[in-house]
Design a protein around this ligand. Structure first.
Ligand code: F6P
Length: 498
């Protein structure tokens, strides 16, 4: 059935995007939906009622309802690692036991936030958050997006093992008034542990008597943090069933809760929960993450799009593309299906993007006239995030909407170099504002969409074995030097280290 349906989808004539509004004047109605302060508009994509209907049916053929329910029921959906994926429980959507455990751990985190506010750890003015990948991208993006109206502490997020990153982060911080959050699910990640050792050295050199007393560990491996020297009272655990790139809702979000306040952190979780409930309970034809995934699947598998471009027309969301690169590419950049056989088509497209209007003056030439098919996603906010003249925001939004229209409409010209083919798809997500709640809903939308994409591709989005080999080779170079490698790698090692 699945293959027959897919063959029928690919056999359908590709709709003419430029003509679709004339053929179906109601398409804006049925191709838009609003959830949690976000309005999704897919009307500038190639979807027709028939095509989207077939794609939704394909998702069901591939077990969408059963797999989604399994996700929220705490079943071991991460089959290669034999565990559940319970990030939903962090925002109250999961089994009663998992939700209760997440709540208990959040309460523990809240207790530490309150204690720090009350001065239990002495004077605190600065926070250095050390982590990498999922242990850094979420907190970094959230702090960047939400701290513009004021943050109770200066927060710097350090991920790269390049000492330049740490040096820059602590340059204006006083070691005596700095707290360090070491964020690592495993508490073994080489880069994070190196940065943590160096920050201890920095505090020691700065005259801090008990530098380990200034460390807070955010981890699913509390015993490792204890071994490393962190006192149990300053360890904020989270569940092993929360994946790294899905972990900002857990204690990994500690700097957000500390710097922006508990209410902001709670609003983030509540916004995400609204989106989770929408994903769990809405009918397919109104289910935003599922519809978005069906459209992704069509562009990637039927039309061969190799990338998707994501442009936030809002400076507050300038790190969104970085964050989503890990979420989407680490989750769905796979070659093996759930049953262990090789996939029968491309998996995650390359997620890339930037901010508007900057990107218009840099990469949009390719989007309008280049030869690649790049489905574009625009994200913008109705409310502005600054106190300057509203002219800024008007110009920003006008440009965003103009780009979507131009991509779709195109423009004829006698001069081929000046012609715009048009017919290029885009989606717009219009947020009421960039608040913790709306950002929570937006990020949960992307998580659930990534999951729905995995269902369509029949892959497991929750493992990441592809990152292991490079780490192992780095370890063996660190231990044994240039031994048993190819001539190029050996020569590079010798040139760098003698
Ligand atoms: O190497 C990839 C990865 O395992 C990511 O999945 C993860 O987010 C990151 O490393 C950091 O891992 P940890 O939180 O265990 O330090």
């Amino acid at each position: 059935m699945t293959e027959t349906r897919w063959n029928a989808i690919t056999a359908m004539q590709q709709p003419d995007l430029k003509a679709l509004f004339n053929i179906d004047p109601d398409r804006l109605d049925w191709l838009t939906t609003s959830v949690g302060g976000l309005r999704f508009d897919w009307s500038k994509t190639h979807m027709t009622r028939e095509l989207l209907g077939e794609l939704l049916a394909l998702a069901e053929d591939r077990g969408f309802t059963a797999r989604r329910d399994a996700l929220f029921s705490g079943a071991a959906v991460n089959i290669t690692e034999g565990r559940a994926a319970e990030h939903g429980a962090e925002r109250g959507e999961g089994t009663a036991d998992s939700v209760a455990r997440a709540k208990m751990l959040h309460n523990r985190m809240r207790g530490l936030v309150d204690a720090i506010d009350a001065g239990a750890l002495g004077e605190v003015r600065h926070i250095v958050h050390i982590g990498i990948g999922g242990s850094a991208l979420g907190p970094k993006m959230l702090m960047d997006a939400l701290s513009r109206d004021g943050s109770r502490y200066d927060v710097a997020v350090v991920s790269n093992v390049d000492g330049c990153a740490l040096e820059e982060a602590v340059r204006y911080f006083d070691p005596e008034t700095t707290l360090v959050a070491v964020a690592s699910k495993t508490f073994t990640t080489a880069e994070t542990m190196q940065n943590a050792r160096s920050v201890i050295e920095w505090m020691t050199d700065g005259g801090v008597e008990d530098p380990y007393g200034r460390i807070i560990a955010l981890t699913a491996a509390p015993e490792k943090a204890v071994e490393w020297g962190v006192d149990e009272t300053r360890i904020l655990p989270f569940s092993e069933t929360v994946g790294g790139r899905y972990s900002l809702w857990s204690s990994i979000g500690f700097p957000v809760a500390l710097a922006l306040g508990w209410d902001a952190f709670e609003s983030l979780l509540e916004g995400a929960a609204i989106m989770d409930r929408h994903f769990r309970l809405s009918p397919p034809e109104k289910n935003a993450p599922l519809i978005a995934a069906c459209i992704d699947h069509y562009y990637v598998r039927a039309l061969g799009a190799q990338t998707r471009g994501l442009f936030a027309y809002d400076e507050r969301l300038r790190l969104l593309a970085d964050y989503l690169q890990q979420l989407e590419m680490e989750s769905n950049g796979k070659s093996v299906k759930l049953d262990g056989t090789l996939v029968d088509g491309p998996t995650a497209p390359i997620t890339w993007g930037g901010v508007g209007t900057d990107a218009q003056h840099a990469v949009f030439q390719l989007l309008h006239q280049g030869t690649h098919l790049v489905p574009v996603e625009f994200i913008a906010s109705i409310e502005q995030g600054h106190g300057f003249d509203t002219a800024h925001h008007q110009m920003l939004l006008i440009n965003c909407f103009a780009q979507g229209a131009a991509l779709m409409q195109g423009r004829e010209s006698d001069d081929p170099a000046r012609a715009y083919p048009g017919g290029r798809p885009s989606t717009t997500i219009l947020m009421d504002d960039v608040t913790p709640a709306e950002l929570g809903a937006l990020l949960a939308f992307y998580e659930n969409r990534t999951f729905a994409n995995a269902v369509l591709m029949e892959i497991n989005p929750f493992d990441q074995f592809g990152v292991e080999l490079g780490k192992q080779i780095a370890n063996s170079i660190a231990q044994d030097g240039p031994k048993d490698f190819d001539p190029s790698t050996e020569a590079l090692i010798k040139l760098a280290f003698g």
